[in-house]
Design a protein around this ligand. Structure first.
Ligand code: SAH
Ligand code: SF4
Ligand code: F3S
Length: 439
């Protein structure tokens, strides 16, 4: 009988995709998916440490396994992901949860198979966290669970060292995948029937910046979008310091490329941007939006924003609000600044009191929601192309997204997952659209 696995994922798209790679490794080892923790022979936590609450979630859920492990000591418990790469964290995890069997890092994920085998042959726990990034290891058998969407890594790691961010410390320096591997992967996915390809990197615009790939991000994007077939192309994340007109020109050349850019601004205030080490100004950011919309007036932009960064004054915060209104984002992920040990910002004076942070995030969320709602209402009466992604059991409706990432729901007698449908929008509700399709 096959053994069963269960994976718990935290964090960004990159981690979600890495969990697909972990699932690929486990399936190669004759494990099959389980829908219950209790039935699993191995449980893998793929952790995130971007903010304190991400870590707390992981701590809470790993801790909750203590009982299960007592009842079923043969269940293997493995912890990987960004948290294990954090300085001193493996020690803390080990002390807090002595029942963890295996720990592995983001830089040696592909060793998981041998680590599991090793653990099975010894009593001692197996801890293998690679400190320094090596050559990229090409990985063929990810077990994808997100059909019709597929994620494709183009870069790993990050060189930017934004002063608040832990990512460069836990993901190593930026490495770009060779274009031939990326293109072969996309071609294969399109042949297999995937309808949306998202190119992933912490800063996709710096693809090949070290000269190792012989092409820029714009050139790579052009090649990806030139692959034959009906599918969409997305990319994330773009960094405003490197986003440029070459990329927009390629977007204009290909219908396949969604006219949506995820361009995290983080703050609308120049002194805060400087302290964050983002290396662009508010003016540069707004110029980029103008440039993008000069090509496509309908283009949408989504963003990430942090409030309560050390030293952020009320005036700085209001500058962020003003920028949000000016850009009119399609949606925004909003975060309260979270202090990360080892980063520059953690050492800064003028940390902002929690009440002030809370007040600002509440005001910002209200503003973002009101803008998003207004945008959704403009859709009513229009027809949009939706790529159907899933079926919502509770609502009894199919759902998918349009080119601009907006969710659309509709009823259908037939399974439409993986198909493009024309949705006539009859109602908007917050960020979601509801409508009808021709059956
Ligand atoms: N590489 C991407 C983002 C990666 S992390 C970029 O440069 O934009 C995703 C988002 O988490 C960031 O955009 C930022 O808004 C947020 N974030 C990162 N570190 C944070 C911290 N210490 N506190 C709060 N939010 C943080
Ligand atoms: Fe973090 Fe900045 Fe790198 Fe994004 S670009 S991952 S925010 S250091
Ligand atoms: Fe992603 Fe979290 Fe790591 S956001 S890169 S999983 S710290």
């Amino acid at each position: 009988m096959s053994q069963k696995y269960f994976i718990v994922t935290y964090g960004c798209q990159m981690n979600v995709h890495e969990s697909e790679k972990i699932a690929g490794i486990l399936r190669r080892m004759d494990y099959v998916e389980s829908d219950k923790l209790e039935n699993a022979d191995i449980i893998v936590f793929n952790t995130c440490c971007i903010r304190e609450n991400a870590e707390n979630h992981a701590f809470g859920n790993i801790g909750a396994l203590k009982k299960l492990k007592k009842q079923k000591p043969e269940t293997l418990i493995a912890v990987g992901g960004c948290m294990t790469q954090e300085k001193g964290k493996t020690e803390i995890l080990r002390k807090k949860f002595p029942f963890i069997d295996i720990m592995f890092g983001t830089l040696n994920l592909e060793e998981l198979e041998s680590l599991i085998k090793r653990k099975k042959s010894q009593k001692k726990k197996v801890i293998e966290i690679r400190e320094k990034e090596g050559e990229i290891i090409e990985f063929e058998d990810a077990y994808r669970t997100s059909y019709p969407n597929a994620w494709v890594n183009i870069t790993y790691g990050c060189n930017n060292f934004c002063s608040y961010c832990i990512v460069p410390y836990v993901r190593g320096r930026e490495r770009s995948r060779k274009p031939e591997y990326i293109l072969a992967e996309v071609e294969k996915l399109v042949k297999e029937g995937y309808k949306e390809i998202t190119l992933l990197g912490q800063n996709v615009n710096s693809y090949g910046a070290d000269g190792s790939t012989g092409m820029t991000f714009a050139q790579l994007l052009d090649k990806v979008a030139s692959i034959e077939g009906k599918f969409r192309v997305r990319f994330m994340t773009s960094h405003p310091k490197d986003f440029n007109e070459d990329v927009v020109r390629v977007m204009a050349k290909h219908e396949k490329i969604c006219k949506l850019v995820h361009l995290p601004v983080q703050s609308g205030s120049n002194p805060v941007l400087k302290a964050m080490n983002r290396r662009y100004t508010r003016e540069k950011y707004l110029d980029e939006i103008k440039m993008l919309r000069s090509y496509f007036p309908e283009a949408e932009v989504t963003t990430d924003i942090i409030v309560g960064f050390p030293g952020e004054t009320e005036e700085d915060y209001l500058q962020t609000e003003a920028l949000v209104k000016e850009v009119d984002f399609a949606s925004a992920f909003t975060f309260v600044y979270s202090k990360r040990q080892g980063t520059k910002a953690a050492e800064m004076e003028n940390q902002i009191p929690e009440e002030v942070q809370k007040d600002r995030i509440m005001r910002l969320v209200a503003l973002v929601n009101s803008l998003t709602r207004k945008k959704s209402e403009k859709y009513v009466g229009k027809t949009v192309e939706i790529l159907c992604e899933d079926y919502d059991e509770k609502k009894g409706l199919y759902l998918g997204r349009d080119e601009f990432g907006r969710m659309g729901y509709f009823a259908s007698m037939e399974n439409k997952i993986g198909e493009f449908v024309q949705l006539k929008v009859t109602k908007a509700n917050g960020i979601s659209l509801f409508g009808e399709i021709d059956q």
